[in-house]
Design a protein around this ligand. Structure first.
Ligand code: SP5
Ligand code: ZN
Length: 342
């Protein structure tokens, strides 16, 4: 399997995040991608390719134009306002406030275009976001050209980003962008299988009313786990998308037995839908030692995930999402891919 990787991710580093009452060093850090890349090499998964540069046309198919225009301006506006450190939002237009009037200052705009204080900016953040998009698009092109699979080693991740907002370490929704791109390039139906520990709220939002993209999500129950405000089992899609959104919220402590039963059910629904392509939002924060998560998967479980996905017998694009146990992130993420290759 070919991997696509860009060193430009590293410019998004040293950023702080707001989480549970503290401003702390970002869990989503450059070493994550470097360790996965090293494991791809040491396991001889296949060649590692640099991305081609893409314009943002494909991103505009799932994101709002004003949101995409905003992203490259964040750091320049932050610096121009006399600040340094990390650009982090702190005020959000929740119920009872005006979410329809675009404000003018950088602090206000950060809140307007986000849902939490987890997607912060430093100097190299936009360049990293763009490189992550280029990585995803290049890997999608490899699958479109006829290869059975490809691995987009994206950083930053994407699945929490919605049409018009960032959050949860995510800015451009790489899985959603590539799924839409496959549709635009002739795929009749696409399925997105999101195995990250956290609910992929952005992906769900983008395709919720769509009949041509099925979304399956396995994750920590939002009653008690981030992102808290989406990801319940009764969210089944609407309009043309009625019945095509499938959520599998699971409690803290969930291990392989229950998790794999959910995967099995999701794979059955995926097979029934009969897509031309599968996009996997590959998070490995389901790992027992993940510092911010509460599932109990072990390193031995990840190859089994890959094998199950391979058994679908469909062209598959793997897009890297979360996973914060840095020491084992390579073993676990690449474990899925070697399991897939059999
Ligand atoms: C892509 C992805 O995996 N994003 C995850 C964003 C999670 N942000 C909130 C994390 C809350 C962690 N709370 C527990 C802290 C333990 N010290
Ligand atoms: Zn996650």
């Amino acid at each position: 399997m070919k991997t696509v990787f860009s060193p430009l991710h590293a410019g998004h580093g040293g950023q702080m995040e707001l989480v549970a009452g503290a401003i702390v060093p970002g869990f989503e850090k450059p070493s994550r991608a470097e360790i996965v890349r090293a494991r791809v090499e040491s396991e001889a998964l296949g060649p590692i390719l640099a991305p081609e540069t893409h314009d943002l046309t494909a991103a505009m198919r799932v994101h709002r134009q004003d949101y995409l225009d905003f992203l490259p301006t964040v750091w320049p506006l932050w610096e121009a306002s006399g600040k340094s450190g990390s650009a982090i939002p702190f005020t959000w237009p929740t119920r009872g406030l005006r979410g329809d009037v675009r404000p003018k200052t950088i602090d206000a705009l950060l809140g307007f275009y986000s849902f939490d204080g987890g997607a912060s900016f430093v100097k190299g953040t936009w360049e990293a976001i763009k490189s992550s998009y280029d990585v995803a698009m290049t890997a999608a092109g490899i699958v479109k050209a006829g290869e059975r699979s490809a691995f987009a080693l994206c950083r930053p991740p994407g699945h929490h980003a919605g049409a018009g907002f960032m959050g949860g370490y995510c800015y451009i929704n790489n899985a959603a962008v590539t799924a839409q791109w496959f549709r635009d390039r002739g795929a009749a139906r696409v399925s997105i299988l999101d195995v990250d520990y956290h609910h992929g709220n952005g992906t769900q939002e983008i395709f919720y009313q769509r009949g041509d993209v099925q979304v399956l999500n396995l994750h920590g129950d939002p009653m008690t786990e981030y992102p808290f405000f989406l990801g319940h089992a009764d969210e089944r899609g609407a309009g043309d998308g009625e019945g095509l959104n499938h959520n599998y919220p699971m409690p803290f402590g969930t291990g392989w037995e229950s998790w794999s039963a959910a995967l099995e059910d999701a794979c059955g629904k995926l097979q029934d839908y009969s897509p031309d392509i599968v996009v996997v939002s590959l998070g490995v924060d389901t790992f027992e030692k993940d510092p911010i998560s509460q599932f109990k998967l072990t390193s031995a479980d990840y190859p089994k995930i890959g094998r199950r996905i391979a058994a679908l017998g469909l062209p598959t694009l793997f897009v890297m999402e979360g996973g914060y146990a840095v020491d084992e992130i390579g073993i676990n993420a690449v474990g899925v891919l070697t399991g897939f290759e059999g």
